[in-house]
Design a protein around this ligand. Structure first.
Ligand SMILES: [Zn+2]
Length: 111
């Protein structure tokens, strides 16, 4: 067995786990039940981890995680773009969910 991935955000750990599951790579999550109080940062050694049953899957698993990380980075970069209102064309900053000029909800502009 081999520790493969760890992250303080258990959501990401489970995302990785389910991607590996989909790819048919045998794996399991450790430390999933160790959690401090809300708002408390758990110690490093209790972060949830994904382990591979068999280290020979590591190369394939790494490809999957690299793609996952690239996707995450793209999403967060995307969310930091200012956006143009589909109704009035007004440019709003990324943190606003509605157009400040006409209150239309933010929507993805198809290019
Ligand atoms: Zn607008």
């Amino acid at each position: 067995m081999q520790r493969f991935f760890r992250h303080y955000d258990r959501f990401q750990v489970y995302q990785v786990k389910s991607l590996l599951d989909e790819a048919g790579i045998p794996c399991f999550v450790k430390n999933e039940l160790v959690q401090g109080a809300i708002g408390e940062i758990p110690p490093m050694d209790s972060e949830p981890e994904v382990w591979l049953q068999d280290p020979s899957w590591a190369a394939k698993a790494n490809q999957i995680v690299d793609a996952f990380k690239a996707e995450q980075a793209a999403i967060s970069a995307d969310n930091k773009n200012d956006w143009a209102c589909r109704e009035c064309g007004q440019i709003s900053e990324y943190q606003f969910a509605i157009c400040w000029q006409c209150q239309a909800p933010r929507s993805v502009v198809e290019e």
